[in-house]
Design a protein around this ligand. Structure first.
Ligand code: PMP
Ligand code: GLN
Length: 381
């Protein structure tokens, strides 16, 4: 027997794989892992075919396809009125997850502390720990999942190196407000604390709310890695393409790691995406598209015994089930699959302490017919 010292003892297979597998085994409707069940725009796949025919089949430049970086710079400038230099401040990555990993690996030394807000996307904490960093957790509570910044300040020590933000947030659908951003600016003023701002759901924000990107605040932008994912923007989560925006000093460190953990990412798709997003009309409808889905799904569940939490963004709707059961959320979601044919994610999976508020997460990035079928089953619960 080989003796291996696990670098992540206690970590098991991610909840997304577990629930999607169970959904498949039980032939359940899969509202668990966040991915669309409809196709991306055929124009986009045609552009990939064209890029391959045009010879984009060898390594892309290490930091990314030049045309794509320039197109991203234009998009970002149009949306947030800020300029990122494509040569020195934009790096194309294998999705948001690799960008998060790389930014953390570039910055976190053993003993450094990183503040995260839980429930949180499940890659943050294990990645920090893998690097020898310490996770300092601020637990958010339903229904608003709001942040008391005075309490955040109490987590600060001389070892605090980074804060991870995620707005719109997975899994809660909550968003950071102008006041949140101002409080954060005050808090970090005069410190060397960096920010990793996971903005993969930047376009999925509803009810006329504006996404308060860190890019809009110079005091934050100058110390932030901003993470984006084309998976969400293009309804193509399987393409695993995204990018990281960061000032030159931070991008230099980011690329030192990026060049050795992936070097460069899928070439024909980068070329195709650049051609596609060059036309803003190809993605500007995404907000209302998902807002309609959110509204539709909420209306379908209005007469169920689930209690819907607010959802201001992302493609997730959380719901409490206390009126139905007092089971643990992990047990409840397994029973939902087996007995009712609908897969969800227990929100305790997003807390390191498995905090159980009896809430589950539904992904509504699905065909209306899928949502209708799932809701019919859920109304019987
Ligand atoms: N951050 C959050 C909050 C996410 O929900 C996800 C997954 N969709 C990612 C990052 C990773 O995105 P990608 O699939 O591009 O790696
Ligand atoms: N972000 C997606 C979710 O939260 C899934 C990501 C993954 O499978 N790693 O469901």
């Amino acid at each position: 027997m080989l003796n291996i010292q696990s670098k992540l003892p206690g970590v098991s297979t991610t909840i997304f794989s577990v629930m999607s597998k169970l959904a498949a085994e039980h032939n359940a409707i899969n509202l668990s892992q966040g991915f669309p069940d409809y196709s991306c725009d055929p124009k986009l796949t045609e552009l990939v075919n064209k890029a391959m025919a045009d010879g984009f089949n060898q390594y892309a430049p290490m930091p990314g396809n030049v045309f794509l970086k320039e197109t991203i710079a234009e998009k970002v400038e149009n949306l947030y009125q800020v300029k990122y230099n494509p040569d020195t401040e934009i790096t194309i990555t294998a999705g948001g997850t690799q960008a998060i990993f790389t930014a953390l690996a570039a910055i976190i030394n053993p003993g450094d502390e990183v503040i995260i807000f839980e429930p949180a996307y499940d890659s943050y904490a294990p990645t920090i720990r893998l690097l020898g960093g310490l996770v300092k957790t601020y637990e958010l509570a339903p229904p608003s999942y709001g942040i008391d910044w005075d309490m955040v300040k109490k987590l600060f020590t001389s070892s605090t190196r980074m804060i991870i933000l995620n707005s719109p947030q997975n899994p809660t659908g909550s968003i950071l407000t102008e006041n949140d951003m101002k409080s954060l600016i005050k808090l970090i003023n005069g410190t060397d604390i960096l920010i990793l701002s996971d903005e993969v759901y930047e376009h999925l924000i509803y009810d006329g709310e504006q996404h308060r990107s860190v890019m809009l605040f110079p005091e934050l932008r100058e110390r932030s890695f901003v993470i984006a994912s084309f998976g969400k923007l293009l309804h193509a989560t399987g393409w695993k393409l995204g990018y990281c925006l960061a000032p030159e000093l931070l991008t230099r460190e980011f690329r030192k790691v990026h060049q050795f953990n992936v070097f460069s990412v899928n070439s024909p798709m980068q070329q195709a995406i650049a051609n596609y997003i060059k036309e803003p009309g190809n993605y500007t409808g995404i907000t209302s598209f998902f807002e309609k889905k959110r509204n539709y799904f909420r209306s379908l569940l209005a007469e169920s015994r689930f209690e819907l939490l607010p959802c201001s963004g992302s493609y997730f709707q959380c719901a409490g089930y206390r009126k139905i059961s007092d089971e643990k959320d992990t047990d409840f979601s397994i029973r939902l699959i087996k007995e009712f044919g609908v897969a969800t994610i227990p929100v305790s999976a997003f807390y390191q302490k498995a905090t159980d508020h009896k809430i589950i997460r539904f992904c509504f990035a699905k065909e209306d017919s899928t949502l209708a079928l799932a809701a019919e089953k859920l109304r019987n619960v």
